[in-house]
Structures are given as C-alpha cells and as structure tokens.
Ligand binder design. Structure first.
Ligand code: UD1
Length: 362
C-alpha cells in the first residue's frame, strides 16, 4: 500500500477532540503533518486538549489568534497555501465548520490539492450562522466527504454532491468511548461542588447567543428559575460579553448558577456523564450528551444533529426563558438509544475512505 501524506488542519477546541482518534489511526499507516491555525490559543481552549487527548504536538502553529471572520480566515490562507505548495500532500484534511476549516479547504482546493472534510453534510439551514457558510463552502470544494450520519449524506445529495461521499460515523464517539472507560468522574464532581444526577451542565458560546444582550439575559433568567443548580462553563467570548453587558455580577449573585472557566475534555466527560441534563448551544455537546445518555435542551432554534431531537433526547428551546424552563423541567430519559452515530470506529473508517479515494491501496 502506498503511504499517503496528509496535512491535517485544526485550530478550534472541537477540532482537537475530532482529530485525536484520526491522528492515531492515520499515523499507524501513513504520514501526517499537523497544522494548528492558532484560532484558539488559551491553555484551557487548546493545550489542555492536546495534553489530555494525546494529540501529537503540531508541526506548525500559524498563531493567527482572534479577529473578524475575514481577518482570521484571510490571515490563515496564504500561510496554509505556502505549506500546501511546499509539501504537495495527497490531501488536506479539515474538520467541522470553523474559520480554520474554511481557510484550509479553500487554500487547498484553489491550488488543486484534494480536500477531505470530516463532518461533511451537516446543515442547520440557518445562514445567519457563520458555521453554516463555512460548511457549505467547504463541502462544495471537497473531494472526500466524510459524513457522520445518514441525514448528512442526504443533505449532500440534495445539493447534488454524491461523488466521494462516505458514511463513516461520528468521530467524536471514538473519543467519547475511549474516555468513558478511563475517566473517574468523582474528582471533577468534588472539585466543582456538584452531586451526581443533581445538577445541570451548561455552555453558551454561539455568536447568535453570546453576542446578544437580550438573548443572554433570557438564558440567565431561565437558568435562575431552574430547580437544580446550573454549572456553567463560560467560553471566553461569552465571558467578555457578560462583562460588556454588565451581566457578570447578575450571574455571580445568582445562588443556583455556578459560572466556571472553560473545562477540559476529561472534566467535560465527567460532568456530562453525571449531570441531570445539558443546556447548550454547542453542536458537539448535543451529541456528547446523547453518547453519555443524558437529555439535552438546545439553546437554539435548529440543530444539525436532528437525530437527537427525533429520538426524544434533545429539545430545541431557543433563547426563550419560558421554553428553556419548561424543557429543562420536563427532561426525561427516552427508552430508545440506537447507534445513529456509528460504532465508535469512525477514525478507522476515515482512514480507509482516504485510502480508497486517494489510491493508497493500489
Ligand atoms: C469557534 C467556531 C465555532 C466553534 C467554536 C468552539 C468559527 C466561526 N466559530 O467559535 O464554530 O463551535 O469555535 O469553541 O470559527 N477567545 C479567547 N481565547 C481563545 C479563543 C477565543 O479569549 O483561546 C475569545 C476571543 O475573544 C475571540 C472569541 O473568543 O474573539 C471568539 O473566538 P473565535 O475563535 O472567533 O470563535 P468561537 O466563538 O470560539
């Protein structure tokens, strides 16, 4: 079998979780060059994931940092292009829907380097989300589309994309299964002062919520009306805006809300496995709640992970106080929990799809 050279481009927190098992599977038979765009850079947003998930140290860090969409994406592209030109890899592997995904996909496609997209075909059908623009563009310039779910394959078909499409399952499940076996939650629960089954775990970071004073107010009001304590891991974007809108004191004064800095992967797994439910606007965490069998209320009007809603594990409540309170208070654990995200071996399926498509098996 020919050894492939793959350049993987990551940059934001969820991409580290997705890349961990793929790096492992890829490096068993091929050569990988790992590039970190630097989109996320704080220790608790980046390094802690590399350490805990055993991800190899990036070969390159572009250190782009924060900025507007155009600046962030634009600054990454020439650096990525130069690297792709120099290495001429068999493919560039990009993950999910962030500005890093867009920069990697566009820079490669425009110089004729094949693009492989992990988490292809996801759609929220809400074009006000920057992530929706990123994923649509990247899917349309990708050669290998690595889909997590049947719904994502159907979304691509509806847009006329059928070549190079592989249903591989969800790579976040690979990571979740691995850690579920190895993590003892008790230390984290003690550290955060919460009791198993008697708290909600919450995160809020989508621009649509985190940048809106009225939506943040409605969410805080909902959290404050819940009967169980809410442990809220606050993303830096959200923290900055809570401060800007004068809402931080309100959160800190609320006795049943415990706001903490962003948590590590092991802490996330521990909290998800132990919470009564999750309140979030994160995409990945809606699925992780499903993996660990806890119900979720999604603080958005739509989701890419439609299976979780169809199966009764997830309810959409927007940033509407009454709907959030009602959905959280009525949370229950459905009887059915089918393997809609595959068998936890998506990373191997991704490598074999790359081998098939890029001729590595010849
Ligand atoms: C990005 C992704 C989003 C993903 C999320 C995961 C885009 C358009 N959005 O959103 O899809 O779900 O990552 O977290 O790519 N900041 C820090 N330290 C950091 C990183 C960010 O303080 O290490 C702050 C900065 O103020 C920055 C803000 O957070 O401006 C937003 O960061 P950015 O990477 O632009 O977007 P996210 O909201 O993290």
């Amino acid at each position: 079998m020919r050894r492939l050279t793959i350049i993987s481009v990551v940059g934001a927190r969820p991409q580290f979780i997705k890349a961990a098992p793929v790096c492992r599977a890829l490096r068993a038979a091929h050569d990988e060059v790992l590039v970190h765009s630097g989109q996320h850079y704080d220790y608790e947003m980046s390094d802690v994931f590399f350490d805990q998930l055993g991800i190899p140290k990036p070969d390159y860090n572009l250190a782009v940092g924060s900025g507007s969409h155009a600046r962030q994406t634009g600054e990454m592209m020439p650096m990525l292009e130069a690297l792709f030109e120099e290495k001429r890899p068999d493919a560039v592997l990009v993950y999910g829907d962030t500005n890093t995904t867009l920069a990697g996909g566009l820079a490669a496609a425009k110089i004729g380097v094949p693009v492989a997209h992990v988490e292809a075909g996801l759609r929220s059908f809400n074009r006000t989300m920057p992530e929706e623009i990123n994923r649509i563009v990247v899917d349309h310039v990708s050669d290998v589309l690595l889909c997590p779910t049947r719904a994502s394959v159907a979304n691509l078909r509806a847009e006329g994309i059928t070549n190079g499409v592989h249903l591989v399952g969800d790579v976040m499940l690979d990571t979740a299964r691995f850690f579920a076996e190895h993590v003892d939650a008790s230390e984290t629960l003690d550290a955060f002062g919460v009791v198993e089954g008697e708290f909600f775990f919450a995160t809020v970071h989508r621009a649509g919520n985190a940048d809106s004073e009225s939506r943040l107010k409605a969410i805080i009001e909902a959290f404050s009306r819940l009967e169980l304590p809410v442990l809220w891991a606050v993303h830096p974007r959200t923290h900055a805006n809570l401060e800007r809108f004068g809402l931080l004191e309100r959160v800190e004064a609320q006795s049943n809300i415990k706001a903490v800095p962003p948590v590590s992967y092991i802490e996330t797994v521990s909290l998800l496995r132990s919470a009564a439910g999750l309140l979030t606007d994160s995409g990945g965490m809606q699925k992780e709640a499903y993996f660990f069998g806890i119900p979720c209320v999604t603080l958005r009007e739509e989701t890419e992970w439609v299976e979780t809603v169809e199966l009764g594990w997830n309810r959409l409540a927007g940033a509407d106080t009454a709907r959030i309170v009602e959905a959280a208070s009525a949370m229950s654990v459905p009887a059915q929990h089918p393997d809609v995200y595959g068998d936890g071996r998506a990373a191997e399926a991704i490598v074999s799809a790359l081998e098939t498509h890029l001729g590595g098996n010849r």
